[in-house]
Ligand binder design. Sequence first.
Ligand code: KG4
Ligand code: ZN
Length: 340
Amino acid sequence: MNILALETSCDETSASVILNGAKVKSLVISSQIKIHAKYFGVVPEVASRAHLENINPVIVETLKKSEISFSDFSKKIDAIAVTAGPGLAGALLVGIIAAKTMASIYKKPLIPVNHLEGHLYSAFIGNKSIKPPFLSLIISGGHTEIMIVEDFGKYKILGGTRDDAVGEAFDKAAKMLGLEYPGGPIIDKRAEKGNPATVNFTRPYLKGSWDFSFSGIKTALLNYLKNNSIKTEQHLNDICASFRQAIAETLCFKAFEGAKKFNLKQIVLGGGVSANSLIRSMFMQEGKKNKIKIFIPSFIYCTDNAAIIGYAAYLKQKKCGLNYNNIQLKPNPSLSLVNW
Ligand code: KG4
Ligand code: ZN
């Protein structure tokens, strides 16, 4: 099963060719970060227009990298996968129209993919040893979800964020600190040079619930900045390290509590924030201590990209077949996870 996958849910226009469900033959990502940076966040209308400009060149480039021409497309590609939601309506629409057009020209089945399932299974790419059941923690710019994956496509959601998604909290904190967008990677880099014991942000463990809440840490940072001006680069790095530490400990605490409570021996991370160096190392360390296997996506598959969509599509069609109505597919900005 060879799949051409498209992803346009937010600010990355991406296409990928996945061969036999296992090999990412090509992956092209056109990022709009520079366009949105001056607004400190993604502007939906601007994103849709940029996707419109980028989608065709991105598809052409990914096919070229896979040495697939339009004349042998039908022979070499078996299905087209596309993100159906959640995400920005206009942005999703661009990917869906492109996918529908190609599916109808080449008479190929279209596989709609939930963006969250892309992140959920992203650590599986190139890693055959993960098998459900496991605890999944999706940590991205738009989502913070903790769930039990009993089988492929069989989910028991434990909790989510009550306010900001964890990536959003990083991005907003960066803005308060006068840093650029997206703030997650910048805070991460500065934190490497900082002292995490500088500011003692309370950890929002919300004991008794599986939910998360990051708005308190954000307010604590705001209050700290009201009372303390940033004196030096080192001071800024120290604040970043303290903020990152509080977030990483909170995520780690919840995930390991969940794994222990439900007797799960594997934790699988996904989403842009799983690129965070402290989160990666803290989970690995705790995993060793608690004899729980930790799976984290390769850096390239942490943030939004079409390879993770193609891989989720591969898993989905393997279990459910290819019985989708190509014409009826519409973007669903608030698509939730449903069992297959
Ligand atoms: O998964 P993603 O590309 O988009 C969504 O589906 O939301 O995640 C983007 C988010 C941004 O908020 C970004 O700041 C965050 O991931 N991020 C990080 C790091 N790299 C990306 N957050 C913390 N540390 C990082 N190294
Ligand atoms: Zn995402």
